[in-house]
Design a protein around this ligand. Structure first.
Ligand code: PLP
Length: 437
């Protein structure tokens, strides 16, 4: 049952049919009736957008629109152009303004794609695309280049290729089902993918990234919860709330259904100018999330995808928001602020500075209130000279695969088991000169 408040919103929409509860809470009805043209948008919401109409039409030609009636019902007509729901769902002419920093595939996902549907960028985990469509097209989508391209659910053969890749790579212990939105698949299809992952011994964790709890919470049915639970591998779910207004009676119920099914819930927000670039909004959001058993996971700096320049904030805005969270509210309500580095650099965390200075004996720190304090370091700490030989070490590890530990990057420079003293980028002139000599 839809909580009354959400049904009241539904009834306020000028839908063709007298909307009944049973229809309004049927997710497939919402998919069938998603708003994909501006005429319908104006009619349902009872608004007149003629002032900018030609610009909206131009935008939709390049970047199509799709809004679930549920998400549409959350919009407030009185101040429509400033409404955070509207801004995330309705095309803005600014999307057509290309800026110098825009990139077509900023995260190099296509380059890191080993087989269709698999992006293998990190050592032990992969992104596995199981649906190429969404119930709503977020205006800030990082895969904007693909939105509306070819909406389809991948064939069994394509899904099998991805599973085959995972099966053949024993280093993969974490599989992220992504898309599109994996919850566009039927309960049966999801159940089947999860069952096949169950049979791959090296897969330990499966994650699903879905915005359905936000844009179409009626997708979260008892049947879905059943399809997700009862599998062998640990299943985690990340959703995508950006603004406290998205937390409604219906989305709360969806989150409760998932949490009651034993699925740990996380949230990934994107920092968006004009939507949530405000410490108070973000604090309210994260507090509401944890009150609904959702752990804020990442706050993303807006990517360099084409058509997103009007959503981008300076990085300082994100740091200001984190400064307003750490210490001010529950530690587990604070997400990690990350920049997904262009060129496939991956997620890089960014934080305010808390370490002010240090000497061999003391570290000088400041807290969220501005208190400056000292931490005296132990004077008798004996650092083990770690050669990476875990068998000969006094620390108890006793894992069969301990010797397979493969240290890379900065962590490798810190260690003592590799003689490397520097990481040098390829192709520097200095190195070229050395080759010539
Ligand atoms: C974000 C992402 C992951 C997961 O990263 P975590 O930091 O483990 O959440 C994995 N693969 C790709 C390609 C990603 O973009």
């Amino acid at each position: 049952m839809a909580p009354d408040k959400d049904l009241a919103r539904a009834q306020a929409l000028a839908l063709d049919e007298d909307i009944e509860m049973s229809k309004w809470t049927d997710w497939k009805w919402h998919i069938r009736n998603s708003v994909r043209d501006i005429d319908t948008f104006e009619r349902l919401l009872g608004v007149d957008l003629s002032e900018y109409r030609s610009q909206f039409d131009e935008t939709v030609k390049t970047f199509p629109m799709s809004i679930t009636p549920y998400y549409l019902s959350l919009m407030e007509r009185d101040d429509l152009y400033n409404d955070p729901i509207f801004r995330q769902a309705f095309p803005s002419p600014h999307e057509l303004e290309l800026s110098n920093e825009d990139l077509e595939d900023p995260l190099s996902e296509d380059v890191d794609s080993s087989v269709p549907g698999i992006t293998h960028r990190y050592p032990d985990r992969v992104l596995y695309t199981v649906a190429n469509t969404c119930s709503m097209y977020c205006r800030h989508c990082t895969r904007k280049r693909k939105v509306g391209d070819q909406d389809y659910l991948p064939s069994q053969e394509q899904l099998d290729l991805g599973l085959e890749y995972i099966r053949e790579h024993p280093e993969i212990r974490d599989v992220l089902l992504s898309g599109g939105d994996p919850f566009m698949l039927s309960d049966e299809a999801l159940d089947s993918i999860l069952a096949q992952l169950d049979d791959i011994p090296h897969v330990e964790v499966v994650r699903i990234g879905s915005r359905m709890p936000v844009v179409l919470p009626y997708r979260v049915t008892k049947g879905l919860a059943e399809a997700l639970s009862g599998h062998k591998k640990a299943l985690w779910l990340n959703t995508h709330f950006n603004h406290p207004r998205e937390i409604t009676p219906s989305s709360r119920r969806a989150l409760a259904t998932l949490a009651d099914a034993g699925i740990p819930l996380g949230n990934q927000s994107v920092l968006l100018a004009g939507v949530n670039d405000c410490p108070r909004i973000m604090r309210t959001l994260v507090q509401k999330l944890v009150a609904n058993r959702v752990r804020p996971y990442y706050l993303y700096q807006c990517d360099l995808s084409q058509g997103l320049s009007h959503f981008r904030t300076p990085v300082s805005k994100g740091i200001e928001i984190i400064e307003n969270l750490i210490g001010h509210t529950s530690g587990f309500a604070v997400p990690t602020y990350v920049i997904d580095a262009p060129g496939g650099g991956g997620k890089i965390p960014v934080m305010p500075n808390y370490v002010l200075s240090w000497s061999p004996t003391k570290v000088i720190l400041r807290n969220y209130e501005g208190v400056i304090t000292t931490y005296r370091q132990p004077s008798d700490y004996k650092s083990d000279f770690c050669t990476g030989d875990c068998q000969g070490c006094d620390l108890q590890l006793k894992l069969e695969d301990a010797e397979e530990y493969n240290c890379v990057g900065i962590a490798n420079l810190l260690g003592e088991h590799d003689p490397a003293i520097s990481l040098v980028p390829e192709g520097t002139e200095r190195m070229e000169r050395r080759k010539d000599a």
